[in-house]
Design a protein around this ligand. Structure first.
Ligand code: ATP
Length: 263
């Protein structure tokens, strides 16, 4: 039997999302101070930095939930502006968020089936939503009867699986995850990290992951960007960055790494 050899990855894939010299101020605070980041199709990128370094602000820019004070965000090479409704619609379908705390990101009054189908409804995705919900619930390791129950009937880890199923429902090519395991019990963090890794590989997803925890980024992301006071202070392949950080700030972050179970 001949085993096909995968084609070598190109040195640089096309960017699906790009921040170009993005500044975002809140009053006197420069949350982002000229940040440029390329998110390449099918690759995984981690954004790390301590609290207040601008990670969530950058994610909101990449999700087009916020507008830069100056600079621009590009989706598949096109500048993202409020006026370009068509581009925003394509971006909303293709780039899906996973937030930190599934307790607050899942509506407790909606059954899980309706929660997971919500992006299909709001994006007016044609087809059988019920079948798609069953499919994505299975892909995150949950039974089909999960759909009839309410989020409060599940553990934190299961709720984050539900949030991931919801993000996958419209078949996005990019998942943007903001601290996806930090609200979870330490004992289930590793399982959710493994799930994200498996889903990214199975669906060829582009992954953008924000974490203050470099150990998680080390497991999931090929490249890492280090933010400090709203600026990129270091960027590179994660392995090299972890093994040989060039900046004192990155070394300090690494020194504070908590260990993942099984890492
Ligand atoms: N809506 C806002 N109004 C005012 N200031 C804001 C707002 N959003 C963010 N900031 C400020 O911008 C800076 C960066 O915040 P951001 O939430 O992006 O950091 P972070 O790296 O994600 O932090 P954490 O790890 O604590 O979530 C902080 O000084 C924060 O107080």
């Amino acid at each position: 039997m001949t085993v096909p050899t995968p084609a070598p990855a190109p040195a640089s894939a096309a960017p699906v999302l790009e921040a170009v010299d993005v500044v975002r101020t809140f009053g006197a605070t420069r949350a982002l101070d000229g940040v440029s980041v390329r998110v390449e199709a099918g690759r995984s990128i981690g954004i790390v930095g301590e609290s207040g370094s601008g990670k969530s602000t950058l994610l909101r820019q990449l999700l087009a939930l916020d507008t830069p004070t100056s600079g621009e965000v590009r989706y598949r090479g096109e500048p993202v502006t409020r006026r370009d409704r068509g581009l925003l619609r394509r971006l909303r379908a293709d780039v899906q968020p996973v937030f930190q705390d599934p307790r607050s990101s899942l509506d407790p009054r909606m059954r899980v089936g309706a929660v997971v189908a919500e992006p299909l409804r709001s994006l007016k995705v044609p087809g059988d939503h019920r079948a798609r919900v069953a499919e994505v619930l299975a892909s995150v390791g949950l039974d089909p009867d999960t759909a009839a129950r309410y989020p409060a009937q599940f553990s934190g880890g299961q709720r984050q699986r539900i949030a991931i199923a919801r993000a996958l429902a419209p078949r996005p090519s990019v998942l943007v995850a903001d601290e996806p395991v930090s609200a979870l019990d330490v004992s289930v963090r590793g399982q959710v990290v493994d799930l994200l890794q498996r889903l990214a590989a199975e669906h060829g997803l582009t992954l953008v992951l924000v974490s203050h925890d470099i150990a998680i980024v080390g497991r999931l992301c090929e490249r890492t960007v280090v933010l400090h006071h709203g600026r990129v202070v270091e960027e590179g392949p994660t392995g090299a960055l972890l093994a040989d950080p060039q900046e004192a700030y990155t070394r300090r972050l690494l020194a504070a790494v908590p260990q993942l179970p099984g890492a």
